[in-house]
Design a protein around this ligand. Sequence first.
Ligand code: TRP
Length: 333
Amino acid sequence: MKKIILTGDRPTGQLHLGHYIGSLVNRVKLQNDYETYILIADAQALTDNYEHPEKVRQNILEVALDYLAVGIDPKISAIVIQSMIPEIAELTVYYMNLVTLARLQRNPTVKTEIKQKKFGASVPVGFLAYPISQAADITAFKADLVPVGEDQMPVIEQCVEIVRSFNRIYKPVLVEPKGLVAEVGRLPGIDGKDKMGKSLGNAIYLSDSADIIAKKVKSMYTDPGHLRVEDPGKVEGNTVFTYLDVFDPRADEVDKLKIKYKKGGLGDVVLKKRLTEVLESVIGPVRSRREQLAKDPAQIFRIIREGTERGRIKAAATMAEVRQAMKLDYFSK
Ligand code: TRP
């Protein structure tokens, strides 16, 4: 029997190169070898967007388009809307008993996000508790593997703890998942900051036009000390080189450029032109597939609906086992 992948994204915007490198590439590559479920996590998106349900709704289509455009094959992978799987909400309620408030507050992923979003003590309980509902996402599908961005690893760790508690207290019905982080766990934003993110305004999207890509690359952080072409420049922490390392297929040529840049005599303009071309060769084909797919939204919703139905069957089977383990199976023989 095939092992299972469960993964997902919050539909709060279109997907960007950080998603692409951090997990989409892995998901596309692994979909043939695993039974794959990809969750559009609308309920989780609401935990910090509860006042903007229209935004979450709109982005369901956008995220699905991104998935299909990068090569997620709906014949193999099920694209599932989280809120349409009530078993996930049900499991969340029971898992809440297995997690302490202190443990949630210590979760580094949640801690960082609470800081970023400036929630302070006014953090919605739903947001603070999203690692619990994410554990429900993962375990409802009995996932073995969860391809995610590096920042999500503490959430997977907490899921493993919940699985262990559940299996010890009730019955060993849940599966312990493993997180899978890409080789390049985290892509910095175009401003050179730690992480590419929609809310940070430093992202290049999979739907960006060639012009926008060029403009964004032009604004990219390089070496602030590298003023004239003939000056020696720094390669470490130079975002253009970081991106070339990730996306340029000619590593040998990039190495030569690095030597020249460090010596002096290589300008940012030349370097950025190369990166623009490299990124266009990655995004161009994705963008045109995306445009093609976007012409028939009804077809996309059919795909999501069919994927959600497949997901529901899986989650319901797990839920039946959970009910039995927890002695909640009142009406079954
Ligand atoms: N929390 C993830 C993110 O923000 C999205 C997500 C929701 C997810 N449910 C999941 C990822 C289950 C992996 C598995 O990127």
